[in-house]
Design a protein. Structure first.
Ligand SMILES: Nc1ncnc2c1ncn2[C@@H]1O[C@H](COP(=O)(O)OP(=O)(O)OP(=O)(O)O)[C@@H](O)[C@H]1O
Ligand SMILES: [Mg+2]
Lengths: 253, 477
């Protein structure tokens, strides 16, 4: 069956930014219904990997392979990757002055459905998604990420994910800067979206998110490489002991 | 990165590329009257005679012509392009038909077709209180809603106003912009024809916009409309003007003078959407006098033209008067938009806001030239100036020349200027949601213009966005 194909699979990915290699050969396989998490120190290359997978022009994949539902994505532009079912919730969502959230969302959904698609259900869907994520209706007519608080931006990212319903969601620190109550709302959003047919890859620094959204696997990234992969218990250990013991273990080998 | 930037330039160089098919048509016309090219006292006399004007106006015209001869070309703006203008190679007066019509059916077919194509009667039916359509030198069609007439509102073309209300015209004509103001104001005063005259009586709110449309059809034509708008105490009005011209290989000249007067507690908004073809020299003097507690708003959109030099001005003459100037300029291939704003604070507690947005692409050049003057007596004045420039492509250019003269220290002045490029990060954010790069860029450009478009009546905002969208698509169709 074709469902058995991994949703996302990448092998030996190397990423260069500004002439510097920041991701140095990482691999992962995410099967339908699986949730993976990446943890790791600041600057270890988590966002670079996410950006590169999404097709950011500044993050060049110099080596490796990447497949979305069995299809190679490395020759695709970012918009093609999106329409093929990949989604990235940004760590630092960008403001686009003058472009309202609603107009942007409508344009994005339309691009996924095709130019001639019927959009008469848009308002209803959009309103429902806002209600689900406790996003104030007035946000619809505000400009994308313009003057939004950190936590509000993250909620808008999850809202976009739920509207576009991608096969594979990359969530880059969607929990950071989000208050305790909002983490619950965001997590519920992720869980509502998550199903047997899609995949989730979350980058996070905190165990708290993983209490709500249970990962199948946790990968630890250091200096552009995955140094350890384990189950949810790994996240707990990292929360307790930090990353130092990994260094010792590595040098110990 | 440079690859995608290159691609971006290429696509944006198509902006307004459909101008020729959309507005660039011209009608073969048998003019009722077409004078000779060139400017001299005989031409001035001829214009005045044809209009059967009072003697005092003829005298003003001749005097202004002398001022025009004496005044030097401005040394600023773009004197290189300005000096391309050959004043002897221009028609100063063309009369397309013998008499103005107030019934659309009576307008000659070719002119009707022109304005049909431009959507004028359509707009009139939908949301305008009155319409004036000027073709070359004269207004060929004019109408206003019955109930507005009953309220005592006068909305006429300037020629008719001079015939019907000579005393009002005489009182105000040139009172805001004297003929000696600059070379082009002098030229306009000498050969003016057409334009709008509006008088709104005390306390009357016009409610719906009044519009004038200016169309240059002939090659080497000079259009010199003269507009005078007076809002009496407590009156309110919104006036809109739109402009286009065909695409010719030789250039035409548009030199208007617009004078506004807002008496105590009055409100005037003046909206311009000009989309001239790229061979028009657009040299317009616009100024308003704002008396006690009144508000003047200039909303000024400049697409097209070879060179635009235009700096709407508000003279805040009465206490607590407010002035606002919101302008956008789009400079494409070989175009220079030298636009800006002037605010003169000459009374206490006056306030003003200038918002200027410009987009330059290819070798287009957008200049913001601003002047804020605060007189000694303007205690408590508030000024805010914001200039935003968006550059598209390596050769695009934007300059800012803000001048401030402040003679009172109890004032608040804010100034902000920004130059940005269509950021790769913004493009990535939008494309990562499925929008193509073209769609994303269009959204960003529209977003940049949004503070302007949101001030337009919906129909105009839609049209402006559509215009930009069509142009960004460029090659399609
Ligand atoms: N656009 C860029 N230009 C220059 N260097 C960059 C750029 N993006 C990332 N880097 C560098 O690449 C390395 C990895 O950065 P990245 O943002 O991927 O880390 P991260 O693991 O996401 O960190 P954090 O947990 O702080 O978000 C860092 O050294 C960073 O400075
Ligand atoms: Mg990061």
């Amino acid at each position: 069956m074709s469902d058995k194909k991994p949703i996302l699979e990448f092998k030996d990915i190397h990423v260069e930014v500004e002439g510097k290699e920041v991701v140095k050969g990482v691999s992962m396989t995410i099967n339908p219904g699986e949730i993976h998490a990446i943890m790791g120190k600041n600057g270890s290359g988590k966002s670079s990997l996410s950006n590169a997978l999404m097709g950011h022009p500044s993050y060049t994949i110099t080596k490796g392979e990447a497949y979305l539902k069995g299809e190679s994505i490395l020759d695709m532009e970012a918009d093609e990757r999106s329409r093929a079912g990949l989604f990235l919730a940004f760590q630092y969502p960008l403001a686009i002055p003058g472009v309202t959230v609603a107009n942007f969302m409508r344009a994005a959904l339309k691009s996924h459905r095709g130019a001639d698609a019927d959009m008469s259900d848009f308002r209803k869907l959009f309103k429902a998604a806002m209600t689900d994520l406790s996003v104030d209706q007035s946000f619809a007519t505000r400009y994308i990420n313009d003057g939004f608080s950190g936590g509000e931006k993250k909620r808008i990212e999850v809202l976009q994910m739920s509207m576009l319903n991608p096969a594979m969601a990359l969530l880059d620190e969607t929990d950071s800067g989000v208050d305790i109550d909002a983490i619950k709302i965001v997590s519920e959003g992720i869980n509502r979206y998550q199903s047997e047919n899609n995949g989730v890859l979350m980058v996070t620094h905190y165990q708290r998110l993983l209490n709500y959204v249970k990962p199948d696997k946790v990968h630890v990234m250091m200096d552009g490489k995955f140094v350890l992969t384990g189950g949810p218990e790994l996240a707990l250990k990292l929360e307790e002991s930090g990353y130092e013991w990994l260094n010792e273990e590595k040098t110990g080998v | 990165m440079s690859e995608s930037l290159k691609k971006q330039n290429l696509e944006l160089s198509k902006l307004n590329e459909d101008y020729e098919s959309k507005y660039g048509f011209h009608d073969p016309v048998d003019y009722f009257h077409k004078g000779a090219k060139g400017i001299n006292h005989e031409v001035v006399e001829m214009i005045s005679k044809m209009k059967k004007e009072p003697k005092w106006m003829a005298e003003i015209r001749h005097e202004a012509l002398e001022v025009f001869y004496k005044k030097e070309m401005p040394k600023w703006g773009n004197d290189h392009i300005l000096n391309e203008i050959d004043f002897d190679d221009i028609y100063y007066f063309m009369k397309p038909i013998d008499a103005q019509k107030d019934n659309w059916d009576d307008v000659p077919e070719y002119i009707k077709k022109t304005f049909d194509k431009l959507g004028i009667p359509e707009a009139e039916k939908k949301f305008l209180g009155g319409v004036s359509a000027q073709y070359e030198s004269e207004v060929v069609y004019h109408s206003m809603q019955e109930d507005l007439v009953k309220k005592g509102i006068i909305f006429l073309d300037m020629d008719s106003a001079l015939r019907e209300y000579p005393e009002i015209v005489r009182e105000h004509f040139g009172s805001v912009i004297p003929m000696t103001d600059n070379k082009f104001a002098a030229l306009n005063t000498a050969v003016w024809s057409g334009g709008s005259f509006i008088y709104v009586p005390k306390g009357v709110d016009v409610g719906i916009p009044l519009q004038a449309y200016f169309r240059i059809n002939a090659e080497n034509m000079g259009q010199f409309e003269r507009t005078l708008i007076i809002a009496d105490e407590g009156a309110k009005l919104h006036y809109i003007e739109g402009c286009t011209a065909p695409v010719y290989s030789t250039n035409s000249l548009h030199t208007a003078v617009v004078e506004l007067k807002a008496m105590d507690d009055a409100y005037i908004r003046y909206t311009t959407i000009q989309n001239w073809s790229r061979n028009i020299y657009n040299l317009v003097t616009k100024r308003a006098s704002a008396y006690k507690n009144s508000t003047i708003e200039w909303v000024d959109g400049n697409l097209g033209s070879r060179l635009t030099m235009k700096y709407p001005c508000v003279q805040l003459l009465g206490e607590c008067a407010k002035g606002e100037i919101l302008s956008v300029a789009f400079a494409g291939v070989d175009q220079h938009q030298d636009a800006g704003a002037k605010m003169i604070h000459a009374a206490p507690n006056t306030s003003s806001r200038i918002t200027s947005k410009s987009i330059s692409k290819d070798n287009g050049r957008a200049t913001y030239r601003g002047m804020v003057k605060i007189h000694k007596n303007a205690t408590g004045a508030k000024v805010s100036v914001e200039c935003d420039a968006l550059l598209i492509g390596e050769d695009a250019r934007s300059d800012t020349y803000p001048t401030m003269e402040i003679d009172n220290d109890q004032v608040r002045v804010e100034h902000e200027a920004r130059v940005s490029k269509v950021a790769e990060e913004q493009l990535f954010y939008l494309t990562s949601r499925g929008l193509t790069e073209d769609e994303a860029r269009l959204l960003i450009v529209n977003g940049f213009m949004e503070p302007f478009t949101k001030e337009l009546p919906l129909e105009y905002a839609v049209e402006l966005n559509r215009l930009i969208e069509l142009d960004m698509e460029g090659s399609i169709g």
